[in-house]
Design a protein. Structure first.
Length: 704
């Protein structure tokens, strides 16, 4: 544990046999290690990279690969062998507390992004560990919840993301999840770990438990877990006894030993790599800043409110601007030494802020920090909901600020954390102070012909429909990473056009979300005290309770997650999956579909029609015309981001898909099936606007 202070885990060395320990540290938003070490003045900083939701919103595999490289290099230079990332789970519900550690509500996008990150990390000579395998979609009662989900939804949604990851990146390690799946703990499910993961997908790496997850160490070994973390003596004893009694075959244990040794010989420590303890933080910070706007999503931009010029005086509203959230949660937090807030970012870019307002906020923030400090200290583990409140006397400031400034920028922040799910009222909806701030700013600025911009520094979707008409522009910056203030300023001032598209839908209201049985307003479950809402361990005998949605959750919406539901039921959303504007306009034309080996080459021309240099995202969906089973009306099949296009410039985008990509999972046959019939291939810039269409006919059924 002392090899690299602050990391999540270290395996035991066996010096007698020359077997080195393997050091594992959390990600995905930074390499997590202790910044300070005893008797050492040096600070061990790590780069805070954008959260995974931002990366997926970039729809740029190359950008995610580069972020993976940053994480990999920093691991290697700190002597860390494996990064415990990326998080690959599906965003079943927008309130899941760990969604920002995940990529998307769509398994293809999540899988491709995950593979890109793994490949980036591993290109630096260290391992990656996609997690949490599988169906880890709610934090409430996360150690015990039983996710009850159909085989079809498992295959098409909740395993598909991992399948793509394994097939396209063959990671060194995979972490099993804390939850149960259909009555069996994920780490004790041999069908999942041996049959599906290894036999069907060809996984060759090592399987590790999530920290402290699972009930029975012997069963975990039998099922195909090779490493149990953090590892307790009781577990060793249990395994030894099981082998002695014949309950566990020695060959199962040998298999683990072999796989752990395979990991050891790959690791940098075994290879004797002389790590520097000096990763290239400066370069990594610069690259992070460049990548951040790739995933910023511009939702609204009436009359080109954005970008504004640095000559325009800005009235900066919202405590969020002075307290930007870069990333949070136990498994992703790391100190990188500084936070660039939005006031600083705008000043760095040469913008002058409304002084009186700025002073008022600075004073307010000092008071709020003082008020919150004892609580932060008390709840070291999770402070995501302990945020400064908005100014109560906002109405006393808006008229003067509007008089003195040229434009208003309001920042709204939302954070969440491992172990806790978000709530509808306090997290998804804006609170009354935030609503009052937007109304007052809007009234006073608009009455003077001045524009209002909202920056959303959020961990996941929030309700927008009720207030969006009051503002001119909305920019989703997600949790952007350490350069937050600078990169948001870059986007607001048009140093670069935001070019992200939503990797998750923004519903009109929470009631529209398909997984309504998600525990969305439950009493808190306290991770620190270990108190569990529903399951009590009485010595060795657990007492089981059966509280719906806490002890078990029926995935009633089945395969209809996110846009698959909204598009099929024709439910209006605030902003659809795949949506995003830029400071430019684009045209799409000349769709062509050519049959190639096992599939199709789909291409189109994208031309930049607007004034501003920008990138665009081409998305390909499929729709089966007369499916023999219930099927979403559209499903994402591929995507590509264009390079930066100059005025009038056009580019040809090509996306290759396989016929197999159009299959559904047939439960009766326990197999993937491609049915004969007609399918539309649809191209567009978001899931709701798909102007180009080409019909193909499948003439031969495939069962696989
Ligand atoms: C989290 C994992 C993490 C592990 C080690 C667990 O609580 O669920 O994501 O990698 O801790 O820190």
């Amino acid at each position: 544990k002392k090899l690299v202070p602050g990391v999540a885990g270290t395996t035991y060395p066996i010096e007698r046999l020359g077997i080195a320990p393997v050091v594992m540290a959390d990600g995905p938003s930074a390499v997590r290690l202790s910044v300070k070490r005893e008797g050492d003045d040096k600070k061990y900083f790590a780069t805070n990279v954008p959260c995974e939701t931002l990366l997926a919103s970039s729809w740029n595999n190359e950008a995610t690969y580069k972020i993976g490289k940053i994480l990999g290099e920093e691991c290697r230079e700190y002597g860390i062998d494996v990064l415990l990332a990326p998080g690959v789970n599906m965003m079943r519900n927008p309130l899941c507390g760990r969604n920002y550690e995940y990529f998307s509500e769509d398994p293809l996008l999540a899988g491709k992004m995950s593979a890109a990150m793994v490949n980036g990390v591993e290109s630096e000579g260290v391992g990656a560990c996609p997690k949490h395998f599988a169906v880890n979609n709610q934090e409430l009662n996360r150690l015990h919840n039983d996710a009850r989900v159909s085989q079809r939804a498992l295959r098409e949604i909740y395993l598909k993301n991992f399948e793509i990851t394994v097939k396209e990146s063959q990671p060194w390690m995979i972490m099993t999840s804390y939850n149960n799946i259909n009555g069996r703990h994920a780490s004790e499910d041999r069908g999942l770990l041996e049959t599906i993961l290894r036999d069907e997908w060809g996984f060759e790496g090592i399987v590790v438990t999530d920290w402290g997850g699972g009930y029975d160490a012997a069963k975990q070994i039998w099922a195909g877990n090779d490493l149990i973390e953090p590892g307790r003596y009781a577990e060793v004893k249990r395994i030894m006894e099981a082998v002695k009694s014949g309950e566990l075959a020695e060959s199962d244990l040998d298999r683990c030993v072999k796989r752990v040794l395979e990991l050891v010989v790959k690791s940098i420590r075994h290879k004797g790599y002389k790590f520097s303890n000096n990763p290239n933080l400066e370069e990594n910070g610069k690259l992070t800043r460049e990548i951040e706007p790739e995933g910023f999503v511009l939702l609204k931009n009436e009359q080109n409110a954005l970008p504004f010029t640095k000559e325009q005086k800005v009235a900066l509203f919202g405590t969020g601007a002075y307290n930007l959230i870069l990333s949070n949660s136990v498994s992703v937090r790391s100190l990188h030494g500084r936070t660039v807030n939005l006031d600083e970012g705008l000043r760095n870019a040469g913008v002058s802020l409304n002084e009186a307002l700025d002073k008022r906020y600075i004073k307010h923030m000092q008071n709020e920090k003082k008020r919150l400090a004892p609580f932060w200290k008390l709840r070291r583990w999770c402070t995501y909901d302990l945020r400064p409140v908005e100014l109560r006397d906002i109405r006393n400031h808006t008229a003067r600020a509007a008089e003195e400034s040229d434009i208003a920028v309001i920042t709204i922040g939302r954070n969440s954390s491992e172990s806790f799910d978000r709530h509808v009222e306090r997290d998804f909806n804006l609170n009354m102070h935030e609503q009052a701030m937007i109304s007052a700013v809007s009234r006073d600025f608009h009455s003077r012909g001045k524009k209002v911009v909202v920056v959303l520094n959020i961990c996941g979707p929030v309700e927008i429909a009720s207030w969006r008409d009051k503002v001119d522009a909305i920019l989703v910056a997600w949790l952007p990473g350490q350069e937050a203030g600078n990169s948001i300023a870059d986007a607001l001032l048009g140093k670069v056009s935001p070019s992200g598209h939503l990797s998750t839908s923004f519903p009109m209201k929470y009631a529209d979300v398909p997984s309504q049985n998600f525990p969305h307003n439950e009493v808190e479950w306290c991770a620190e005290s270990g108190k569990n809402l529903s399951r009590v361990f009485d010595q060795k005998q657990p007492i089981y309770y059966d509280v719906p949605n806490i002890d078990y959750t029926n995935y009633e919406e089945d395969i209809y997650v996110g846009y698959r539901d909204y598009a099929t039921r024709k439910v209006e959303v605030a902003y659809p999956f795949g949506y995003g504007l830029t400071y430019s306009q684009f045209e799409m034309s000349d769709m062509s579909v050519k049959e190639c080996k096992d599939g199709y080459k789909v291409s189109c021309t994208v031309k930049r029609a607007g004034n501003f240099p920008a990138k665009q995202v081409v998305q390909l969906y499929s729709s089966e015309l007369a499916p023999e089973v219930d099927r979403p009306t559209i499903e994402l099949r591929g995507y590509k981001k264009t390079p930066l296009l100059q005025a009038g410039e056009s580019t040809v985008v090509e996306i290759v898909i396989k016929k197999e990509d159009l299959m559904t999972y047939n439960e009766k046959a326990s197999a993937w099936k491609l049915t004969k019939g007609e399918y539309d291939l649809l191209l567009g810039f978001d899931s709701q606007t798909l102007p180009l269409k080409h019909r193909i006919t499948i003439t031969k059924e495939i069962l696989k």
